[in-house]
Design a protein around this ligand. Structure first.
Ligand code: G3D
Ligand code: MG
Length: 175
């Protein structure tokens, strides 16, 4: 019998890496160049159907950009998260270097390990890239996760990211 699941997915990453754009692309399948910077936490909802027919309702949490956020709101933001999408921007290496800090914050709140996907976003700008697949893979391997090069602009690997995460979480729940 196909089942129904509800999951909380949190996006993390430095300001302007493309978190909000990725969610908009996934939820509405479009990219709006004029979208404004997020103020506050926002939750979007989207249903996906997995290969086995299971229905998954994804509650996708978006974060506001301010660095002070992490300390202030981390408990409630990460509380009950079933999966994490950790986003960096391939045109800014410092957004990748910030990842271990984010992982530390997540681990300090969540008592169990949850599936995590590392994204190198803005892969449509690969001429301006400051890092690539090798660095992402290293980060993913170190944290027992998966990685994708994505573009919220072209939609490259955006659906794959969310579907992969939903599948991993369901696998974990079945264990
Ligand atoms: P954030 O939510 O992580 O802070 P945003 O990031 O989604 O607000 O995106 C920050 C800027 O990067 C936005 O540009 C957005 O259009 C752009 N962007 C996001 N994803 C991509 C992508 O995959 N490719 C390209 N080329 N740009 C992307 P502005 O100019 O509005 O600040
Ligand atoms: Mg945002």
């Amino acid at each position: 019998m196909p089942k129904e699941y509800k999951m909380k997915i949190c996006l993390v990453g430095e300001p302007a890496v493309g978190k909000t754009s990725l969610i908009r692309r996934f939820v509405m399948d479009k990219f709006d160049d004029k979208y404004l910077t997020t103020i506050g936490t926002k939750v979007s909802k989207k249903e996906v159907v997995l290969d086995d027919g299971s229905k998954v309702i994804l509650m996708v949490w978006d974060i506001m950009g301010q660095p002070s956020f992490r300390q202030m709101l981390k408990e409630s933001y990460f509380y009950g998260a079933n999966g994490i999408i950790a986003v960096s921007d391939i045109t800014r290496k410092e957004t990748l270097d910030a990842m271990p800090d984010w992982i530390g914050t997540i681990k300090s709140v969540l008592d169990k390990e949850v599936p995590i996907v590392f994204l190198g976003n803005k892969c449509d700008l690969k001429d301006a890239a400051q890092f690539g697949e090798a660095e992402l893979k290293q980060l993913a391997d170190m944290n027992n996760g998966k990685y994708f090069l994505t573009s919220a602009k072209t939609g490259d690997h955006v659906n794959e990211t969310f579907t992969y995460l939903a599948e991993e979480i369901v696998k974990k729940l079945k264990r």
